[in-house]
Design a protein around this ligand. Structure first.
Ligand code: HPA
Length: 269
């Protein structure tokens, strides 16, 4: 694994991906953030050695390096989901490469179904903790040079960054929720009984991504900040027919606020 990480990192450095401050994984409907980047270098995943290629609409498949305000960032436009059938190693590689490129913080976003009855469609939820119901991406032999065999997950989501985000959201008059994100494999959305169950076991929102990347980042001691856009509701009486298209549409409605919040978060690093 480390050989592949070094090969990919070396390739990206040779293309100008030098000393990024932060990495960002752009989830469903949030690809627009890259429009604010300047002096960009873009490489298709398919042209990056050892990278997987994403197969889902709304997940473009490009790694983009550039200036974001005064900071240098690397954005993953397009992420890899377990339901696409990738091996754990393949999903792990991009996050590890970001770390080895030198990022000091990882930002993630996703679309999720709200199971907290106080949530509304279009809400932004700052993730404070998670319940990982996907296979753990660290299953398999551990390379101690990358991280510990048994990583602590007591503070998976950086408290300082959450606090910062709450202050920024208030300054920008953006309504935010806080909550626990639960990941399932998908690709089905939940049955009403499953949504109910996830609420009972402590979730506020449910989605099909993010927790593997967070686990991989925490394995390497990388601070993480993550947000969900609530694109549909898994709350009794409010459950509507959900499609990938409806998720994309709802996510894009919240894009402006999300982009503003992320922009200030990165600026404040
Ligand atoms: N469930 C799982 N994943 C999702 C949902 C949902 O309701 N909405 C967006 N991604």
């Amino acid at each position: 694994m480390l050989e592949k990480i070094n090969e990919t990192t070396g390739f990206l450095r040779s293309r100008g991906f030098i000393d990024p401050d932060a990495g960002i994984v752009l989830g469903t409907g949030l690809g627009g953030l890259t429009a604010k980047m300047e002096n960009t270098i873009e490489i298709d995943y398919r042209d990056i050695p050892n990278f997987p290629v994403s197969t889902v609409e709304g997940h473009a498949g490009k790694l983009i390096y550039g200036d974001f305000g005064k900071k240098k960032i690397v954005a993953m436009k397009g992420r890899f989901h377990f339901y696409e059938g990738y091996s754990q190693d393949l999903i792990a590689l991009p996050i590890r490469v970001l770390r080895y490129l030198g990022i000091k913080c990882l930002f993630l976003s996703n679309a999720a179904g709200g199971v907290n009855p106080n949530f509304s469609i279009g809400d932004i939820m700052i993730i404070t903790d998670h319940i990982n119901l996907l296979p753990n991406p660290l299953i398999g032999p551990n390379d101690d040079r990358i991280g510990a065999r048994f990583p602590d997950m007591g503070e998976a989501y950086d408290k300082y960054l959450i606090k910062k985000a709450l202050i920024i959201a208030e300054d920008l008059s953006i309504k935010v929720q806080k909550g626990v994100y639960l990941s399932t494999s998908g690709p089905t959305f939940e049955t009403p009984a499953e949504y109910k169950y996830f609420r009972i076991i402590g979730a506020d929102a449910v989605g099909m991504s993010t927790t593997p990347e967070v686990i991989l980042a925490r394995h390497m001691n990388l601070p993480v900040f993550a947000v969900s856009i609530i694109t549909d509701l898994g709350v009794e009486g409010k459950i509507a027919y959900t499609t990938h298209q409806s998720v994309l549409e709802e996510a894009s409605r919240t894009e402006e606020h999300m982009t503003a919040l992320m922009t200030e978060m990165i600026a404040a690093l």
